[in-house]
Design a protein around this ligand. Sequence first.
Ligand code: GLN
Length: 491
Amino acid sequence: MNEICQLTIHELRRRVVEKELSACEVSRNFLDRIEEVDQHTRAFLAVEAEQLLKDAAQLDKEIASGRLKEGLLTGVPLAIKDTIVIQGVRTTCGSRILENYLPPYDATAIQRLKAQGALFLGKTNCDEFAMGSSTENSAYFPTSNPWDLEAVPGGSSGGSAAAVAAWEAPGALGSETGGSIRQPAAFCGVVGLKPTYGRVSRFGLVAFASSLDQLGPLARTVDDTALLLQALAGPDDRDSTCSVQPADDYLGGIDEDVKGLRVGLPTEWFGSGLDSQIEERLREAIQRLEGLGCEMVEVSLPHTEYAIAIYYIVAPAEASSNLARYDGVRYGHRSSHHEDLDTMFKYTRSEGFGAEVKRRIMVGTYVLSSGYYDAYFLKASKVRTLLKNDYLRAFEQVDLLFGPTTPSLPFKIGEKTSDPLQMYLSDVYTAPANLAGIPGLALPCGYSKEGLPISLQLQAPHFEEAKLLRLAHALEQELAVERPPLPFDVS
Ligand code: GLN
């Protein structure tokens, strides 16, 4: 097994900056690893080897000349979810409708990573327009869970999570609307962070549901996750919903003591429906937290039971509006057999979108239509406020919240495709944070008896990512989960 691919982002950067490794060597090692295992995981939609090696060579030249201003991510190649645009690199969002779309600009997140010296391995697979929890809704192919190739990696950022878990990338970007970073991170045994709404610019993140969308990092350690957030976070003039509040120092205090922190256990998160093996690991983690000097406090988030219902009204409503732009006029697929403008729109969208996207557009259009708007969209928006208020009240009593990331272990490919409602329930513990706008982090906390990853979740008040990362880091060190080798690495 390739030793370089097992290094952390921190360590890769250090070796490149101290000239122990060249950026080209690092990149080549990851490309080799992808070549070797992506046939199993199918995490990548496209690997950009040529551009990567060109950029790495350029970086090495600058390092050799001594003129390089060291960045937070110098020489580190990352995987990028295909919902985030990179100039000149095909961005499909896992959809046929964008099969040939070449973005003319970089997302702010990409610009920031570039400015810190990061390189890009390629674009990772995802559910079409990020709608899904298994990556099976990709118009191209499903991705496999590296721990069980017959299981899903979660979604929609399944490709990013699988790539990081399978050592194909040291870190990745994902995006979330209702759980799409945290849930695949959980299923693949990696760390995933959904920052506060507005903490990271959404400029260049293809819109799904604009009041919920947020992009964020996936990595194998909390430290690396903090490093990526440090590069990404901060105000951006090109996204008016991005907060003007400057980014905090996420790395500086990450080692600090967590003694005395009050950690809330929402009663609603530990009821029926939670897999017993997951619950068992969480109980162990709670003891560890107590051992670290945290005070565990029971709290209540009484509107939790409405979260999925609210989410599946608000998200499709916003999606139906955001996806109106794919009409065959400006970019993307255009149907070749149409008679007039109306049929051009109709055939283009019928051919270009998959079943789940069409379902969301129909639901979204329905809940926004006159006569139904008050009963559905407006009502959901009001209950959303109640849910957010639950959180605000809980955070008057505690610093952070602790619970599961997912109700179940990774399920098999095909197991839930015929039952959208079952699939939607994958997000019961994640979607509330998107609705409330608060940050959440998925942390690996062990493996099931079948060898599948188990994850716990921490949530924090708005813009408290530094505290969130600090507790996650302390717990990660305390749990010291031992990572078994991947099935395809055992020969
Ligand atoms: N699984 C959820 C959905 O299908 C969330 C997806 C996401 O966070 N992008 O909408």
